[in-house]
Design a protein around this ligand. Structure first.
Ligand code: URA
Length: 241
């Protein structure tokens, strides 16, 4: 692969900037300064340094973020800090969140530059499971559970698809849904005459929020997690619930 493509695939800078930087001697391959943008590199073997920093070739990257409250799920925003701002020290400028969590929702958010994977996880027909821990304003009861499990009217054309409910306390449940409508969980709880006071996503497909992460912290997905997301046709859970 060409040297400028190697660096631009990883979004270190624009292709035109990289061409200038290569010409100006800011890039080395195997400890030798290279001035030709089309210099051939082997991404698996050669050591490429840009501005003195070694670059590992990764076309696609995948990060799990523990989204804190107060941050918006966007790549840029005029007013608020975004989830992408939290991943600034990755050195990448092409990351985007896979789906959205409300500003006041916390928990698992996947960020990547892999559009195909994102599309597969978000496509409505895939019915990827999302699990939310919901703290509620009022005690939760059996009639609310039955309604959520059957599907409720949240003002859309169709009722919501059947959800799964696990009781976690008098005013706390884990709700599993397979859709991703705007404010869906809050609207579902409203539809059964309750109210979400705090919302945290803990799972998406087979990907579980890492319990070691604190709000605002992130880590790369493991090779196993990436393979699982790529192979799970419907995002169904492979291991613990
Ligand atoms: N449902 C909501 O209501 N809010 C979220 O952030 C996610 C799901």
């Amino acid at each position: 692969m060409r040297l400028d493509k190697f660096l631009s695939d990883m979004k270190y800078a624009t292709r035109s900037q990289l061409k200038k930087d290569i010409r100006n001697g800011l890039v080395s391959v195997n400890n030798e300064i290279i001035h030709q943008s089309d210099y051939p590199v082997n991404e698996n073997r050669d050591v490429v340094c840009y501005k003195g920093v070694p670059c590992v070739y990764e076309k696609y990257v995948y990060y799990m973020l523990y989204k804190p409250t107060g941050v918006v799920s966007a790549t840029e925003d005029k007013k608020d800090k975004t989830v992408v701002d939290l991943l600034k020290d990755t050195g990448r400028n092409d990351l985007f969140p896979v789906g959205r969590l409300d500003k006041d929702t916390e928990g698992l958010l996947l960020l990547t530059n892999d559009g195909e994977l994102a599309h597969n996880l978000l496509a409505p027909g895939r019915h990827v499971e999302k699990v939310y821990e919901c703290s509620l304003k009022k005690p939760f009861d059996v009639s609310q559970q039955e309604a959520l499990e059957q599907g409720v009217d949240i003002g859309e054309k169709k009722r919501t698809l059947p959800a799964k409910v696990v009781l976690l306390g008098e005013k706390k449940i884990a709700l599993t849904i397979t859709e991703g409508k705007f404010h869906q969980v809050k609207r579902m709880l409203q539809a059964v005459d309750n109210e979400v006071v705090f919302l945290k996503r803990v799972r998406m497909g087979g990907l579980h929020l890492d319990e070691e992460l604190k709000p605002g912290a992130y880590r790369k997905l493991t090779a196993e997690e990436i393979a699982m997301l790529q192979s799970s046709k419907e995002g169904k859970v492979h291991k613990k619930c």
